[in-house]
Design a protein around this ligand. Structure first.
Ligand code: BGC
Length: 494
């Protein structure tokens, strides 16, 4: 029997876990003997189907660049929507005053206020609160969801005190980070194209989400105005650019995934509006919808078919945090049912979709104990199965295979964007320091994923050019970024 073994370096334990990624308690369990002889071929086939050698990465990077061009040519020209953000001016550091931000993009929303002090004082003070969205609201009506959010915002605004100072008679201004595909119609309006990441709220698609929020704020009696509607990638780029002029791209790798970048106006044939003064604008690629040439397995295809958005967001379903754990669960279920990986245990809990989460597979990959105790505990707690050492090793290899494919494909996507920018501006991207601002729990908390991503970027660009490309974690930059963009677009500036 041959079982592919993960290199020892990847097994070392990294303790960088935070609130959302809790380690699980250890439990004592009895060990059942498993039938790993027939699980091995399933693993080997999985590794073959998920392989991302250099030619595959190169194809993905080239196809990403080609899809970007086609999407810039005409709306609907490719899988990539290449949405114009109407953000033509990035923060300069001169922004002053009190601004709010609301970040809606997953199972939590965050509200934030920031007092900006201009070039010298920069960020004087920030405060934020996080509220989790009850599951039923993700499947409810638009009004219910926005009322819930506006009420959280209203409670937060009431607590404004201390260093936070709103000049008399002024309306509070808000940067609204809305992390779903929106057809932006101006800096402060945009139509929801569709929900992603498991949201299925009725009555919002096709509507202006700023109007939805404004109406809800009115119902709450909250005197606040949305000055900027931004995607989380755009907020991250703005937030990171505030500190570093070399930031040209922002990527989110969390529950969902997406990327935006600074584009030249003359490279956007579909733009027929007034020219931006800067000659540049941020384009939100919505790269989660990319699908060209991805190495997919039977497990991906089944997961997609059973999802609430079949045929959509294929790149997102291959590389993002919402799905990696689910793909692993599907592989393990097949190994349990067809090859008795967990012996005679009935893998009942393993049959439940999304019962194994990406933080679980990440935690299993950090287990450096001799007998894979943590892997055994997680398998037992989450999926109800008992496992022996060989089964646990196979489980870790499955996790590694899925994380490796995800990280490497994400790296190839980033190179595709950089390559497109470089081709249009010889030397201005690869020939100097260029920063990719990165945020999202998957990138932050999954060390193997992060290093697979970096490896792919280095492999594709070569050692010299990759020295100029800096991938920088910009933690929670999108909130401050949205507040900064509210400042840049403040009604009191004009
Ligand atoms: C959404 C994007 C968002 C990304 C990261 C995707 O599902 O379509 O708009 O930027 O998730 O949050």
């Amino acid at each position: 029997m041959s079982v592919a073994v993960t290199p020892p370096a990847l097994r070392s334990f990294h303790s960088g876990r935070s609130a959302g990624w809790p380690p699980r308690p250890r439990v004592v369990m009895s060990v059942r003997s498993s039938n790993t002889v027939s699980a091995a071929p399933i693993l080997i086939k999985l590794q073959r189907d998920c392989a991302t050698p250099l030619p595959v990465l190169r194809h993905v990077a080239d196809a990403m660049a080609a899809d970007m061009r086609a999407g810039l040519e005409v709306d609907g020209g490719s899988d990539l929507k290449m949405i114009l953000s109407y953000v033509d001016a990035l923060p300069t550091g001169n922004e002053k005053g009190l601004f709010y931000a609301l970040d809606l993009g997953g199972t939590n929303f965050r509200v934030l206020r920031v007092q900006l002090g201009g070039k010298d004082e920069r960020v004087v003070e920030t405060e934020f609160e996080q509220v989790s969205i009850p599951q039923e609201l993700m499947f409810g009506t638009s009004e219910e969801l926005f009322d819930f959010i506006a009420s959280g915002l209203e409670k937060f605004a009431q607590k404004e005190a201390g260093n936070f100072c709103l000049p008399k008679g002024r309306t509070r201004e808000l940067g609204f980070t809305f992390s779903f595909p929106v057809k932006q119609t101006s800096i402060d309006s945009g139509i929801l194209i569709k929900w992603t990441k498991g949201f299925a709220v009725s009555g919002t698609a096709g509507k202006d989400v700023v109007a939805c929020l404004n109406e809800a704020m009115k119902r709450q009696g909250l005197n606040m105005r949305v000055s900027a509607l931004v995607n989380d990638t755009v907020g991250t780029l703005a937030g990171a650019r505030y500190w570093d002029d070399d930031v040209m791209v922002a990527v989110i790798l969390g529950t969902g995934t997406n990327a935006c970048y600074v584009e030249r106006i003359d490279a956007i044939p579909k733009l027929h509006g007034p020219n931006s003064k800067s000659g540049r604008t941020i384009v939100n690629t919505e790269w989660g919808a990319f699908s060209n040439g991805l190495p997919l397995t039977e497990f991906d295809i089944e997961m997609d078919a059973e999802s609430i958005n079949p045929g959509e967001q294929i790149f997102e379903k291959t590389i993002s945090g919402m799905y990696l754990g689910e793909i692993v669960r599907r592989v393990l279920l097949k190994m349990a049912e067809d090859a008795r990986l967990f012996g005679d245990c009935d893998p009942e809990k393993l049959r439940m979709p999304f019962s194994l989460r990406t933080p679980d597979i990440c935690a299993m990959q950090q287990d450096s104990s001799k007998d894979f105790e943590v892997v055994g505990s997680i398998l037992h707690d989450v999926t109800g199965v008992s496992s022996d050492l060989i089964a646990r090793k196979i489980v870790v290899d499955v996790c590694d295979t899925i994380a490796k494919r995800g990280g490497r494909l994400a790296g190839a996507g980033i190179v595709g964007i950089l390559q497109k920018m470089e081709d249009d501006s010889r030397g201005l991207v690869f020939g100097k320091r260029t920063v990719v601002a990165m945020d999202g729990g998957l990138y932050e908390h999954y060390p193997q994923y992060r290093s697979y991503l970096q490896d792919a970027v280095t492999e594709l660009l070569g050692p010299e050019i990759s020295k100029n490309i800096v991938i920088e974690h910009s933690k929670d930059g999108s909130g401050i970024g949205a507040a900064l963009l509210a400042a840049t677009n403040s009604m009191y500036q004009h």
